[in-house]
Design a protein around this ligand. Structure first.
Ligand SMILES: *Cc1c(COP(=O)(O)O)cnc(C)c1O
Length: 401
């Protein structure tokens, strides 16, 4: 074999294939691999070239050749091809975590003296990166009310080079008017970036809503089994080179086993999400009727402030939502959480297991005020039996009395 070109994989009738067919066929090349369906996991640093000519060719176009492990392997390329296709973009870049996908993207579009507009309800580590590292590099971050919609135009300055969204917001689930915000950014020549981890590639289509760059914490639903750290940045061709250059320059690369798990997870994403959605709604509706509960924060429920936008822009909901309890002591909430048998306590979400976590959004807001009076829980509906989960929740609510 000479010259190690990353080839486009096979796949039939790509042009007309519907979503679930794409999920089952993207990123595959069985007949380039002894007929074996899944791509092998290439563990690689050094890549050898047979001749000086071959080496020079790869040096000239390292992003489209198998060149050196950090730039990617056939395994990461297979995951990237599938992730791009399913999200609806032209290219994708795998990163070592969801947070790395965010930080590499921000570093790619911002430099000293620039202004960044950031949703106030963003994932807290994203906020920490802006307030620490980006600030130190001379980038000014201005947090905006996630419900600002097209009003974001009034905050745009000549040096605003990026507008970052996350919808629904972390912990509090505010739905953003993504098309209006993305359009305002485009009008002023700023890049629009969306953390689409809650929406997933299936329930929110970033590129159909005018977003330039989509980010998925593939650690969550894409890998889906709480056993991998992986992120992916999805974009159209014009943004690829810049993003890939910066990701490589920052030394970021995704591990081969995690890329494999991401690709494997993608195959069952639709069937898992259907169940996460159903169980999540079952739990949310049940909680809504409970006397111990002040409100349920779930955009797919009709009472939710974000419901109209969710209905307009999303085609489904995942298993993650919030529950505000009526005011009760911290000790009682601790007793509720400590006593759960099925709901685990821990960070991240999107795996097969249900989770419950007490969260405090007021410490990670600056442009808005979190008005909640009682304790806020974030629940993740896993793939366990919904009746068993309800029984666990019911026993937990009794511990609040
Ligand atoms: C978890 C999460 C991330 C970060 O993903 P990691 O893979 O844990 O780094 C980013 N954004 C959102 C919305 C998340 O929930």
């Amino acid at each position: 074999m000479s010259g190690h070109k990353m080839k486009k994989r096979g796949g039939k009738k790509k042009g007309t294939a519907r979503r679930d067919t794409r999920i089952a066929t993207s990123g595959l090349d069985p007949h380039g691999n002894f007929g074996i369906i899944n791509p092998p996991v290439y563990h690689a640093s050094t890549v050898l070239f047979p001749t000086v000519k071959d080496l020079k060719k790869a040096v000239g176009d390292p992003f489209n050749n198998i060149y050196y492990g950090r730039f990617g392997t056939p395994t990461s390329a297979a995951f990237e091809e599938a992730a791009a296709e399913i999200e609806g973009g032209e290219r994708a870049i795998a990163t070592s975590s969801g947070l790395a996908a965010i930080t590499c993207t921000l570093m790619a579009f911002l430099k000293s003296g620039d202004h960044l507009l950031m949703a106030d309800t963003v994932y807290e580590p994203t906020r920490k990166f802006c307030d620490g590292i980006l600030k130190g590099f001379g980038v000014e971050t201005e947090y905006y009310d996630p419900l600002i919609g097209g009003g974001i135009a009034d905050l745009m300055r000549d040096n605003t080079h990026a507008v970052f969204m996350e919808s629904p917001g972390s912990l509090t689930f505010e739905v953003q008017d993504v098309p209006a915000i993305a359009a305002a950014a485009r009008e002023r020549g700023a890049v629009s970036i969306l953390d689409n981890t809650w929406g997933t590639p299936l329930f929110f289509r970033p590129f159909e809503h005018g977003v330039d760059i989509a980010i998925e914490a593939a650690t969550k639903y894409i890998a889906g089994h709480s056993d991998a750290m992986l992120g992916v940045i999805i974009m159209n061709e014009p943004h690829f080179k810049r993003l890939k250059t910066v990701t490589v320059a920052l030394g970021n690369s995704a591990g081969p086993d995690d890329c494999y798990l991401g690709l494997r997870g993608l195959r069952t994403l639709a069937v898992r999400l259907a169940r996460h959605q159903k169980t999540g709604l079952t739990l949310a509706r049940w909680l809504q009727k409970r006397a111990e509960v002040a409100r349920v924060l779930h955009p797919a429920l009709p009472h939710d402030p974000g419901h109209e936008l969710w209905k307009r822009d999303f085609t489904g909901s995942c298993g993650l939502f919030g529950v505000e309890l009526k005011p009760v002591t911290g000790e009682k909430v601790t007793a509720m959480l400590d006593g759960f048998e099925l709901f685990g306590m821990g960070f991240s979400w999107g795996g097969f297991e249900s989770l419950a976590l007490a969260v405090e959004p007021k410490y990670s807001r600056s442009a808005t005020i979190w008005e909640g009076k009682g304790p806020l829980l974030r629940l993740h509906a896993g793939l366990e039996d919904a009746g068993d989960l309800l029984a666990d929740l019911e026993a937990g609510l009794k511990r609040l009395a």
